[in-house]
Design a protein around this ligand. Structure first.
Ligand SMILES: [Zn+2]
Length: 455
């Protein structure tokens, strides 16, 4: 594999000391092998040039740019990307029953591949390098396969649904089959694509799952599997859980083994005080999705309070039908702004929010020893941002620039696992994605799926 040098940038390392240095990131076989700080008097290119002479390397000039860990989105639904704009202005349960579930029931392999390719193009071009993704009930092999080909890092799980009102027959499963199929997918895909792909069991949410299914998943989490689900997103959902299962949502999940450091719960907007204490004590990850929570009218998750309590928090865009973008920089900015009217302007400072989107996301995926910061020994997942634009100039403090002023179109280069997937704002051949073809195919496939929904 190739040697790559990202030279002369301002490196926001997000390491334990949160060092910001000017210099070169040296990448070998997909791993960061050295971060060479530029001496204040000399130019960074001399050091980089010397290293290039030692061994042939591709060099990316990042002078004047900000280099940072790729954004990690710990809650996405790539399978919903073709439903963008087809499920607006509804609350959660109606949104699921009237729009999203009928759409997912109409997905076939072709449409799933178009979803994954469209989403990967958007994510990579916008600086997201890793995701925790919930698929739908079927076509999970196609989802994994399509994502693998793009080079994106992804932990994915098939949605598990063996219960619920208003679920189309095609995506309502028999319990045993749901568990067996999840086990088979985990065996096939966990660790695939040089370790870029991982598996996370994904019971959709309590209302979609029997207690038996949740218990089966809990047993697997206990033995080391990862968990990705939704919890306490809206009050109507929590009221039904309380009525049907006799406990608060997160308490109920925990009682079945669905919590702890290998678990990521999306939303937790309405977590009670007792539930927040449990989330902190168990080390469960909460994934904050500010755009989604606003658009579905879910409420504002008490993220500053959760962080103060020691809860692990990550960020995610959720799916295209509830956002409607998969833009990591929009979520960064919103996560910083959303809490200030209630918690004060000092709540959620830029540094904290950038942590959630990098180290926090890596931890939610269980990959904190591999990604989430730029340090020697970690995998090379990093992005180069161009701050010299009318909307981001002047730039004094790179973290402020990144959280409050940067737009995803400022992402110039993207590297995942040492592979250059975006160069000068364009997808490279390594992604197998042609921007225009991906967009045209997605539009055609979306129209075909909607006609299947109506049929
Ligand atoms: Zn979701």
């Amino acid at each position: 594999m190739s040697r790559l040098i990202v030279a002369g940038g301002t490196i926001v390392t997000m390491d334990a000391a949160r060092r910001i240095v000017r210099g070169d990131v040296i990448i070998d076989d997909g791993q960061i092998v050295e971060i060479v700080q530029t001496p204040t008097s000399a130019g960074g290119h001399d050091a980089a040039a010397q290293r290039t002479a030692q061994r042939p390397a591709q060099q990316i000039d990042a002078s004047g740019c900000i280099v940072l860990p790729g954004l990690v989105q710990a809650h996405t639904h790539l399978c919903q990307t073709l439903c963008r704009g087809a499920a607006d202005d509804l609350p959660l349960l109606a949104w699921l029953r009237q729009r999203v579930w009928p759409y997912e029931a109409a997905l076939d392999e072709r449409a799933m591949r178009a979803c994954a390719r469209l989403a990967a193009a958007e994510l990579l071009l916008g600086g997201t390098t890793a995701i925790l993704d919930m698929g739908t009930v079927h076509e999970t092999d196609a989802l994994f396969d399509a994502v693998a080909a793009t080079g994106l890092r992804a932990t994915i799980g098939k949605a598990m649904m063996d219960a619920g009102d208003g679920v189309p027959a095609r995506i309502l499963e028999e319990t045993r089959r749901s568990v067996d199929e999840s086990d088979a997918l985990a065996a096939r895909w966990d660790g695939a694509a040089d370790g870029r792909l991982r598996y996370a069991y994904a019971p959709r949410f309590v209302l979609s799952c029997t207690e038996e299914l949740l218990r089966e998943v809990g047993a697997r989490v206990h033995k080391g599997a990862r968990l990705h689900t939704h919890a306490s997103e809206q009050e109507a959902e929590i009221a039904i859980v309380r009525r049907e299962r006799g406990a608060d949502n997160i308490v109920y999940l925990e009682s079945l083994g669905l919590g702890g450091p290998r678990a990521a719960l999306a939303h937790c907007v309405h977590a009670t005080d007792d539930e927040r204490r449990r989330l902190a004590a168990s080390g469960t990850h909460v994934v904050h999705c500010p755009s989604s929570n606003l658009k579905l009218g879910s409420g504002i998750a008490p993220i500053p309070e959760m962080l103060a309590q020691g809860i692990h928090v990550a960020l995610g865009a959720d799916g295209a039908p509830c956002n409607n973008n998969l833009d990591g920089f929009v979520e960064l900015r919103l996560a910083a702004l959303l809490h200030k009217p209630r918690a004060g302007a000092t709540a959620m400072p830029a540094e904290t929010v950038l942590e959630l989107a990098t180290r926090g996301g890596a931890a939610a995926l269980g990959l904190e020893d591999r990604i989430g910061s730029l340090e020697v020994g970690k995998r090379a997942d990093l992005i180069v941002v161009e701050p010299r634009t009318p909307h981001a100039t002047p730039s004094f403090a790179p973290v402020s620039t990144l959280v409050y002023a940067t737009q995803s179109r400022d992402v110039r280069d993207v590297i995942v696992d040492g592979r250059l997937l975006v160069r000068n704002g364009a997808l490279t051949a390594l992604t197998g994605l042609d921007r225009d073809e991906v967009v045209a195919t997605a539009q055609a496939e979306a129209e075909r799926v909607q006609s299947r929904v109506r049929a």
